[in-house]
Design a protein around this ligand. Sequence first.
Ligand code: KIV
Ligand code: ZN
Length: 498
Amino acid sequence: MNKVSIFDTTLRDGEQSPGCTMSLNEKIEMALQLERLGVDVIEAGFAASSDEDFHAVKTIASALEHCTVASLCRAVKSDIDRSAEALKGARARTRCHVFLATSDIHMKYKLKMTREQVLDKTREMVAYAVPLFDEVQFSAEDATRSDRAFLIQVAQAAAAAGATIINLPDTVGYTSPGEMMELVRAVKNALPEGICIATHCHDDLGMGVANSLAAVKAGATQVECTINGIGERAGNAALEEIVMALKVRQDYYGAQVDTNTQQLYRTSKLLSTIIGVPVPPNKAIVGRNAFAHESGIHQHGVLAERSTYEIMRPEDIGISLNSMVLGKHSGRHAFEDRLNILGHHLTKEQLDIAFAEFKKLAEKKKTVNDRDIEALVRQWGREEKETYKLEGFVVNSGSYISSTACVRVNKEGTVIEKVSMGQGPIDAAFKAIDRITKLGVKLEAYTINAVTEGEDALGEVVVKLHKDGETYTGRGLSTDIFESSIKAYLNGINKIVG
Ligand code: KIV
Ligand code: ZN
């Protein structure tokens, strides 16, 4: 059995894509969850790209205990130095991820470098990085469109200079599984024993996962991927799909991955909540319908024998089958117990807030199940300063009247109330909040999702607010969609002023 390392780049390639930005606290929360998921390497960011990224890489490196932490670098000394500086306080292993393009098209138009120059730069920068990190990974950007012989020369040069991981990115999502297999075999055969061959496949033609799996079949021992497949353009290969394919089809791939698959669902949900990008219902593995059998024939088959139509079980990815678990008479102990079973270990302060919210919810909702509890924790387990706290609101709307809203908030002890008209009741409420805060924010996106089925379901609202070139994500949760919308808007505002 070949051990295949899972290299997660959600916080780097994923985070750099539009609409997927995360705050520092959110990145840390995500990194800790990725560690719980058991990925082998976390690419925490691109330390040299900005002071915020440097700080994020540094903070994540000091928070992680077991995962190797990587920082991306261009093949320039200042990038490598900045990454080394950011990873200095890491508790686990450190990795320099240095990349340089090897395709003629990139070398000619982007790098304006000759093949000789690219070869020299590879040798020089890998050798420069080796003493500064526990390990060095070299990525030949646009490898799948590179001249094969030249690519092999560069890979050999990087390995000779001390890189122990050679990555062959399909940067523009151009290749196909058959070609990827040939490429991996050719490069592997040309390198010394013990060098790890990795892939990093983008999904432009919808083949990111298939190409990554083909690479494993051909002998790659690291795959780079992201949760929910987020990333540049059409995204990267989805981690949850690769991991489950390798587990379910171990007979075919012969690969061993150490990921704890029971953390997959929660990791996907957490990311989706943090960035405010919903998971499509038909998304493989983590989509809402991934385990739903709708047709009578399928239902009949599954009832008679699960394996007729099920190749994996919801429990395998951590979807709890437990429905009604707690109610309004449940005490703090039972709530905490349930949280622990679900794998959430909150601090006392976080638990106080989460329990108070649970009690409020249990008053409104007959049954509080695991999905509700997960949503509550996602919402209330966070340490965010609440500068503006919602005290109350009234909305008025209908087909014959203009929508109006009155919102009352408490701003650090002062009660402020404003009224506004709007295109609809939610727009009116947001405008009333704008009149209170006078921040001039722009609403970029609004999404609402029901956490569970049923008429008393919790509505989870995510808004994206734009202010001074930055995007802030706000979240709100309530059985009343006006309340969840207002809470989400205020949550975004609190992040701006916090
Ligand atoms: O897509 C790509 O080629 C990359 C490299 C930096 C690995 O993201
Ligand atoms: Zn990429």
